[in-house]
Design a protein. Sequence first.
Length: 188
Amino acid sequence: MRSLSGSCDGEKKPPVISVVGNSGVGKTTFLEKLVAELKARGYRVACIKHDCHNFDMDRPGKDTWRLTQAGSDIVMISAPDKLALIERAARERSLADLVAFVDDRVDVVLTEGYRSAAALKIEVSRREMGPKLTSRLDDLLAVVSDQPFELAVPQFGLDGTAEVADLLEQRFRLTASRRRRAVAGKDR
């Protein structure tokens, strides 16, 4: 498997890890806790959520919605503490395209979904959803579950976010200079 994680032209790129699993197993809940754990350790984190249901972030009547409805191809809204971009897309962007938007500003990229993307997977599974995993064994970095699996990959309980963060630090050597600057208060 070709992984999105690694380096290109000698420049270190952040690892990209997809949190996957069946609908309703708690992927978003686990991801929320993992993001909070990584932030507490001083890392800059990007999250990319895959949606196959034609989402709509804008609200009818708001200025950005009105500009989109008028036909603008790209609408951006900026405030002192956040930025959003809404772009009409002729095709779905690949995960690699989306990672390229942020890879120079973060230490790690976490995704929810992207089962078929070239990224390592952390699969979230619950006993009540059955014993079958959705990931190929070659792609599997770890399993987070309330049931054991006979697999040669690290396995953690549903509340094992600190241990998963430890695994990410060890596996990807997450001690980038960005983290040291952020801890020292020198990052943007």
